[in-house]
Design a protein around this ligand. Structure first.
Ligand code: XUL
Ligand code: CO
Length: 443
């Protein structure tokens, strides 16, 4: 990908295409670690990460919270006509993406253009803006990592979309989903994401969980069958999250979603899109979630952000924590990366970060942090005793009986007999502190 693409107006004036200048540079508008052409573990950083910009946080979210309205004044949101406004927003988005050098973007249907008041008006709006997006993608080389439908903001979805107890809402969700799939396919989207939105419940007292899960699975089958019939070859991803907005989200965490996919025969078409702050809300680390998904062959994509240790919200901050990221990148490299997805910055600026250039600082920081973490993880894997130590912890399973155990060739009686012969196990240290020191040494 090459040159910067602006519309009639340049929105991020004075900011050139962001270049890699190395860690000695004091230029806040330069990468210190993310050299997209640097080869690490056999691939360039650009190929490893496939970074994506999230349309909703970066070009739509103006910073409103329960205590006050938005604080950000977006010059691309000035026009009242939804068509003209959507075009301006798309000009700003592609200018930003080409300046930051992100090869991909992600959207919800009504991030691209405001929602109208009927299905036919919405189809018209999406036709219009996806025609324009196709032009912009062609001119810039930026590609669509995934599309999705916003099936949670409109009040009609207050009781859920696919899991709504009212069939007419489920049908409405289906119509919207069809349009979002059409838009994704038209724009050569590589994947399609289902985040649960309000698919969950506030109280079991008014909820038939079995019916709701059956309905959700039915809708996912219909979506998959429709998209395949339209030639969509990409992956479907489910994005786990344990809570927020509902008290209990059905797609709680990776393990829960894997069980759901198996139960409802969706496992061949769906993988997972894991998000850091969702993992921590579920009382897991992101690296735990990545490992669980990878064990099932389902580590599809990642939403990059971070939470806050002092509260329990989905704060969606930009990722900067190198220790956390390095541990994630260890798993990332060990399991062979993502399957079809990329790293999408599902992260938002703080409410009081109100300058347009803050969007650059945030993404530069996130891309640099991932790059530094991946380079560190690769050094740990190739130069330190980390991998050997981890493998050696399980070396006893290479013994004759250990192998028989793994192959299912021992009965419980034989296992008991072997234990009698082996005697009491010796204590073997897990050496956690030693390994933690290795991470800090290589950072
Ligand atoms: C919400 C969230 C969503 C999904 C897409 O927490 O992460 O933005 O990524 O719907
Ligand atoms: Co997300």
């Amino acid at each position: 990908m090459s040159q910067v693409i602006t519309g009639e107006k340049e929105y991020f004036q004075g900011i050139p295409k962001i270049q890699f200048e190395g860690k000695e540079s004091d230029n806040p508008f330069a990468f210190k670690y993310y050299d997209e052409n640097k080869v690490v573990a056999g691939k360039t950083l650009k190929e490893h990460f496939r970074f994506a910009v999230a349309y909703w946080h970066s070009f739509c979210g103006v910073g409103g919270d329960p205590f006050g309205p938005g604080t950000k004044v977006f010059p691309w949101a000035e026009k009242s006509d939804p068509y003209a406004q959507a075009k301006d927003k798309m000009d700003a988005a592609f200018e930003f993406m080409t300046k930051i050098g992100a090869p991909f973007y992600c959207f919800h249907d009504f991030d691209l253009i405001d929602e109208g008041d009927s299905h036919s008006e919405n189809e018209k709006r999406l036709q219009f803006i996806t025609d324009y997006a196709l032009e912009k993608q062609k001119a810039s080389g930026v590609k669509l990592l995934w599309g999705t439908a916003n099936l949670f903001s409109h009040p009609r979805f207050m009781n859920g979309a696919g899991t709504n107890p009212d069939f007419s809402v489920v049908a409405h969700a289906g119509a919207q989903l069809k349009n979002a799939l059409d838009a994704t396919i038209k724009l050569n989207g590589e994947n399609y994401v289902f985040w649960g939105g309000r698919e969950g419940y506030m109280s079991l007292l008014n909820t038939n969980v079995k019916a709701e899960l059956d309905h959700l699975a039915r809708l996912l089958h219909m979506a998959k069958d429709y998209a395949r019939s339209q030639g969509f070859k990409g992956n479907f991803f489910i994005e786990p999250k344990p809570m927020e907005p509902t008290k209990h989200q059905y797609d709680f965490d990776a393990a829960t979603v894997i069980g759901f996919l198996r139960e409802y025969d969706l496992i061949d078409d769906f993988k997972l899109n894991l998000e850091v702050n969702h993992a921590t809300l579920a009382q897991h680390t992101m690296q735990h979630e990545m490992q669980i998904a990878a064990n099932a062959g389902l580590l599809g994509s990642m939403d990059a952000n971070r939470g806050d240790y002092q509260n329990g919200w989905d704060t969606d901050q930009f990722p900067t924590n190198l220790n956390e990221l390095t541990e994630m990148m260890l798993v990332f490299l060990e399991v062979g990366g993502l399957q079809g997805g990329g790293i999408n910055f599902d992260a938002k600026l703080r409410r009081n970060s109100t300058d347009l250039d803050d969007l650059f600082h945030a993404h530069i920081g996130g891309m640099d942090a991932f790059a530094r973490a991946l380079i560190t993880a690769d050094a740990i894997l190739t130069k330190s005793s980390y991998s050997e130590f981890k493998a050696n912890r399980y070396a006893s399973f290479q013994s004759e009986n250990g192998q028989k155990f793994e192959k299912g060739e021992l009965s419980l009686q034989t296992l008991a007999q072997i234990s009698h012969e082996m005697g009491a196990p010796a204590q073997i240290s897990g050496k956690q502190e030693m390994i933690e020191n290795i991470i800090n040494q290589y950072l």
